[in-house]
Design a protein around this ligand. Structure first.
Ligand SMILES: C[S@@+](CC[C@H](N)C(=O)[O-])C[C@H]1O[C@@H](n2cnc3c(N)ncnc32)[C@H](O)[C@@H]1O
Length: 325
């Protein structure tokens, strides 16, 4: 199945020197090919065993510029802001429980002018993984109240809302459906499903629950039937295609904020935050406006979280991208 990670890495146009974060990296399906293409890569995953396995694979492959470390996509504490040219998450960060925090953290750690690339499965898609997840969830106890389905990361409106709250306007987000290939030439569809049952979190949870209530055979049969139905291999192996949402986010540069200076009051305004929240130091804000800068500018005092503003005028022209996070 490793070829699929290689195909994703190839598609990203890696041109060293490039510092890349792979979030929810597992044991390196994407991170290892990225490092082979010459990028300096940090892989972060919440599962310690996968981090250890990744570091072992990196050492065996002699990839000295690839490091794996433990971390939670919802809170990348210890990772400095603006430290990666590219943040990649292929079916990884979508599984973290707080999607708004995930978007905010991905934007925070990516350099202005850099890119965020996510691969996310799509709800109700007829292809393989969405169907595996659908079958698996039917055998798993209902999630706790307030649980946000990872599959919502495959829905355009949610993606725009999450990155919007992180300060990225929708014009800077592109979403296309793409195809991921699961190629296991040496494994039959049944053996391929056994891999999912053993190593794929949502399926592992379903197997555990099904074993407890005597439904393990039924679950296995449904998964094997799905794999057989979707297998495109012409021989005894497995080749299965799965559709996913490829999300590409351009993180704003200073120039994107359209800072301008007025000779009367030294004003700066940003066009980028048409939706969402702006956080700026109170002493710097003179006025917040919805569409056009007003002609009179009353002072604003106190700490301000400004919702839904289209722009603000500040007492100086040093408003930077970081001011908005
Ligand atoms: C389906 S695997 C994908 C792994 C890898 N990106 C790949 O393409 O093979 C999902 C990964 O997300 C990780 N993960 C889940 N929740 C996470 C979180 N809150 N923070 C970081 N990683 C997380 C899991 O441990 C797992 O390795």
């Amino acid at each position: 199945m490793r070829q699929s990670g290689e195909a994703v890495a190839q598609s990203l146009g890696i041109m060293p020197p490039l510092r890349v974060l792979d979030l929810g990296c597992g044991d390196g399906t994407t991170a290892i090919p990225l490092a082979r293409l010459g990028a300096e890569v940090v892989g972060i995953d919440i599962a310690r065993n996968l981090v250890e396995a990744g570091n072992k694979r990196a050492a065996e492959a002699g990839l000295t510029k690839l490091k794996f470390q433990e971390g939670d996509a919802c809170n990348l504490e210890g990772v400095p802001g603006h430290s990666f040219d590219m943040t990649v998450s292929v079916f990884g960060a979508m599984f973290a429980p707080k999607p708004f925090d995930v978007a905010k953290e991905m934007v925070r750690v990516t350099k202005p002018g850099g890119r965020i690339i996510m691969g996310n499965w799509i709800p109700n898609d007829p292809t393989f993984v969405s169907q595996v997840l659908k079958i698996s969830s039917a055998f798993t106890p209902p999630p706790p109240e307030g649980f946000i389905s990872p599959m919502t990361w495959g829905v355009e409106s949610h993606i725009i809302e999450r990155f919007g709250q992180a300060g990225v306007p929708k014009e800077k987000i592109s979403m296309v459906k793409d195809t991921y290939y699961f190629a296991s030439p040496d494994k039959s569809p049944t053996q391929f499903i056994e891999l999912f049952e053993t190593f794929y979190g949502p399926t592992m949870n379903a197997v555990e629950a099904a074993q407890k209530n005597g439904k393990a055979r039924e679950l296995h049969a449904q998964l094997v039937e799905l794999a057989n139905a979707q297998n495109k291999s012409k021989d005894a192996g497995t080749l299965i295609l799965a559709t996913f949402m490829r999300v590409s986010v351009s993180v704003l540069r200073q120039e994107d904020f359209n800072i301008s200076i007025d000779d009367r009051l030294v004003a700066g305004f940003g066009r980028v935050h048409l939706a969402g929240e702006i956080k700026v130091a109170p002493t710097r804000v003179r006025q917040v406006y919805q569409r056009r800068p007003p002609s009179s500018v009353p002072a604003v005092t106190g700490r301000k979280v400004l919702k839904g503003a289209a722009g603000c005028i500040c007492t100086d022209s040093t408003l930077t991208v970081g001011d908005y996070y």
